[in-house]
Design a protein around this ligand. Structure first.
Ligand SMILES: Nc1ncnc2c1ncn2[C@@H]1O[C@H](COP(=O)(O)OP(=O)(O)OP(=O)(O)O)[C@@H](O)[C@H]1O
Ligand SMILES: [Mg+2]
Length: 273
């Protein structure tokens, strides 16, 4: 299975639930939209959807209707704030929690069929290490793991990093530390993770940044307006925007890296003949 052919495809995951994946996803999407990218956000937290709730959009249909074959994927996409396109996950649909391989394949091919129309695709996955989470991560070129500084969130983040890095097509994993009290605290958490990972994990870890605890975030959640034109002005909003730019740079490097590998391969082939 290969990543979808969109340079900036970012899967957002976490070991422990409630650490801020969905907020991170919508803010990354907002940063992309703000710079003019055609942006798609996929709610991959199947069965427990909440991207639509945070964005204050009303989803009548969902991915569920696509994988059961009753609607085309185009018919479930809706427009959110800032022109962001939302692919809603069904909420309260138990069947979505445990997709069999067949339905997962349908989900993945549905995503593939629309993704190439966008410049940035953000995938908000569910918490933990389900097969659906792993599949969604394999579709992305950038794999972001979100944690908070809490010890058990960090332990669960490490467990997820370990499992992700066992997928051979995930060579690099980015880590963002959310709800930190200071930049130093965020960096310390990352360094601790990177130190352990360097010994036991094959993937390279890169730091995507620290996002501070910000009361403005909680207010925006209550108002169902997690992102709007001015969300960039809150301190957390700015941190998420920086995080997006780091990840976008990483995506550029990723492409250069694969171009370099293709060139080297061509060169090696050339020398042999
Ligand atoms: N930087 C922040 N500052 C303040 N509060 C925050 C911040 N990040 C997250 N929160 C709080 O944490 C809550 C959970 O965030 P979010 O829904 O994004 O987590 P999640 O990882 O997607 O959860 P789930 O695993 O249930 O999907 C938010 O509703 C908000 O109250
Ligand atoms: Mg969530």
């Amino acid at each position: 299975m290969h990543a979808i052919p969109v340079k900036r495809t970012i899967a957002v995951s976490s070991g422990k639930g409630g650490v801020g994946k969905t907020l991170t996803s919508v803010h990354l999407a907002a940063a992309a939209a703000r710079r003019g990218d055609r942006t798609l956000i996929i709610d991959g937290d199947l069965g427990l959807a909440n991207v639509d709730v945070l964005l204050g959009v009303k989803a009548e249909h969902s991915i569920f209707d696509v994988i059961t074959g009753s609607l085309r994927i185009e018919d479930v996409l809706i427009k959110g704030p800032m022109g962001i396109t939302v692919m809603p996950a069904g909420s309260g649909i138990a069947a979505l929690q445990n997709l069999d391989a067949d339905l997962r394949d349908r989900l993945v091919s549905g995503i593939r069929s629309v993704a190439s129309r966008f410049d940035t695709v953000i995938i908000d996955t569910g918490a933990g290490i389900s097969e659906t989470v792993l599949q969604l991560n394999r579709l992305a070129r950038i794999n972001l793991v979100v944690t908070t500084p809490e010890p058990h969130a960090v332990t669960d983040a490490y467990a997820l990093i370990k499992v992700l890095s066992e997928c051979e097509d995930i060579p690099t994993i980015a880590v963002a530390v959310n709800q930190a009290r200071s930049d130093e605290e965020g960096r310390r958490v990352f360094e601790r993770l990177a130190e352990v990972a360097a010994r036991f994990v094959t993937a390279r870890l890169v730091f995507a940044g620290t996002i501070p605890v910000d009361p403005a975030v909680q207010r925006s959640v209550m108002a169902r307006r997690a992102v709007q034109e001015n969300s960039n002005f809150s301190i957390a909003g700015q941190a998420w925007t920086q995080c997006f730019h780091r990840l976008a740079n990483l995506a550029d490097d990723w492409r250069q890296e694969s171009v370099r590998m293709v060139n080297e391969f061509a060169l090696a082939e050339g020398t042999q003949s």
